[in-house]
Write a protein that binds this ligand. Structure first.
Ligand SMILES: C[S@@+](CC[C@H](N)C(=O)[O-])C[C@H]1O[C@@H](n2cnc3c(N)ncnc32)[C@H](O)[C@@H]1O
Length: 198
């Protein structure tokens, strides 16, 4: 199965508020972008899980997905089993990213980090903070759901920040490249996003 065939399947890995199956997957164009920008052995991580997890596994990344939902992980395992996608290099970590990420800090030099877990304040910022620390210089940070205020603030901050380079804008997803380390030591008066609004 090629990536186009995989993306055309649109499985429903999530549940709505009534427990009915639904897909909250990021856009096919973003999934295609991810597939185009990783390779076998790329070190990747995401908050949340779903079709993105399948694409990382399909691409043979050394991948970690963090989500609190055993239901989603079971559906992902079943789907991958049915379609011959090997999850052997994928770690499905059950838990909230806010509390799980700090324990992973020493482990990774990531090539790509996807922020697509809980979208309420302040979760995307916590995901971003730890993800950015784990990302290698030159690595990609993908921020989903920039149509929401939480995602939009993160996108606007990164767009103006010298530690990040804007790589791609999708309808509700932004991609940035990490340009250097040290962003987490910058004071407020060294952050253009803050200074431009004083
Ligand atoms: C929009 S969906 C992710 C969609 C996925 N990227 C895809 O392409 O299918 C949001 C995900 O966040 C997960 N989630 C909810 N609260 C979370 C939390 N506190 N930490 C990590 N993930 C969380 C949900 O279980 C769900 O997998």
């Amino acid at each position: 199965m090629n990536i186009t065939e995989l993306l055309s399947l649109h499985p429903q890995f999530h549940q709505d508020e009534n427990g009915e199956p639904i897909s909250w997957a990021i856009g096919d164009d973003v999934l295609q972008f991810i597939a185009d920008h990783v390779q076998r052995g790329s070190r990747t991580m995401e908050t949340g899980a779903g079709m993105s997890t399948v694409v990382f596994a399909y691409s043979e990344c050394l991948h970690t997905a963090i989500a609190p939902s055993p239901y989603e992980f079971e559906k992902i395992r079943t789907f991958c089993g049915r379609h011959g996608i090997d999850l052997g290099q994928t770690t499905l970590k059950e838990g909230n990213s806010e509390t799980t990420l700090p324990s992973l800090l020493d482990t990774y030099d990531l090539d790509l980090f996807l922020v697509d877990g809980r979208h309420a304040f302040p979760s995307p910022y916590i995901d971003w903070y730890y993800g950015a620390l784990m990302l290698d210089v030159g690595g990609l940070m993908v921020v989903d759901d920039t149509q929401l205020l939480t995602g939009a603030v993160l996108r606007d901050f990164m767009t103006e920040d010298p530690y990040w380079d804007s790589v791609m804008e999708f309808a509700k997803t932004s991609v940035f490249r990490k340009m250097s380390d040290g962003f987490h030591r910058a004071e407020w008066n060294q952050q253009p996003y803050i200074m431009n609004r004083q």
